[in-house]
Design a binder for this molecule. Structure first.
Ligand SMILES: Cc1cc2nc3c(=O)[nH]c(=O)nc-3n(C[C@H](O)[C@H](O)[C@H](O)COP(=O)(O)O)c2cc1C
Length: 202
């Protein structure tokens, strides 16, 4: 039994390909780990605020020294980071937007990548504190970025891998539905990605 955290970021509902893929990934994870708990954080339905000056000052202060306003400003981040650290597997629904991730997902990253919580600095450099977890990214894009000329423009999967590795999660599988805007590719893009789901969940 595992604890699975699903992070959704597409504002589209039924029409979202990344949401379809996260559902497929969760179904495959439940086959591998029956009875697992699934929690969902929907960043489109409940967006996190951008980090404020108050939140940053709260992060810099010891928890017991925070003012009520600082505690309130840090609350979203405390909750999101705790939720991430409570999970064994994180499934991230990630549409590609302008070669990167939607700002709703970036805001979540800004809230969960926290010094002292999910990473620390030492004389040896940064250390990820979220090790032992794995992540599966369900990516959707209009173009193709896993190979060919688009590869150099992939600030999406490559970025997610880098930031997850920074907090210690280096076991990352990326399932890509790509070429969703390319005639001749789009017709089979989702099915092709779905074919990768079982292996990613294993
Ligand atoms: C605001 C916006 C920006 C996008 N930027 C890109 C992009 O840079 N590259 C790309 O290949 N597709 C881009 N797309 C297409 C999406 O990646 C594609 O529609 C994908 O299916 C979105 O995921 P979703 O279906 O889960 O919402 C963009 C779509 C939107 C709405």
């Amino acid at each position: 039994m595992k604890k699975i955290l699903v992070v959704e970021s597409s504002p589209l509902a039924e029409a979202s390909v990344s949401r379809r893929l996260t559902k497929d990934v969760v179904a495959a994870l439940l086959v591998e780990h029956p009875g697992s708990e699934v929690a969902t954080r929907d960043l489109a339905a409940r967006p996190l605020p951008h980090l404020s000056a108050e939140a940053l000052s709260a992060f810099a202060a010891a928890p017991e020294a925070r003012s009520p306003a600082q505690r309130e400003a840090a609350r979203a981040s405390e909750e999101a980071a705790a939720e991430l650290l409570a999970a064994d597997v994180v499934v991230i629904g990630a549409p590609m937007w302008n070669f990167g991730v939607p700002s709703a997902l970036k805001a979540w990253i800004d809230h969960v990548v926290r010094a002292g919580k999910t990473f620390s600095y030492s004389a040896q450099g940064p250390k990820g504190l979220a090790a032992g977890r794995r992540a599966i990214v369900a990516s959707a894009s209009g173009g193709i970025y896993s190979e060919g000329p688009g590869e150099a423009m992939d600030f999406h999967a490559a970025y997610l891998r880098a930031v997850l590795a920074f907090i210690g999660i280096s076991d990352v599988s990326v399932v890509r539905a790509e070429g969703l805007a390319i005639p001749g590719v789009q017709e089979t893009a989702y099915e092709k990605a779905r074919g990768m789901v079982a292996a990613a969940a294993r």
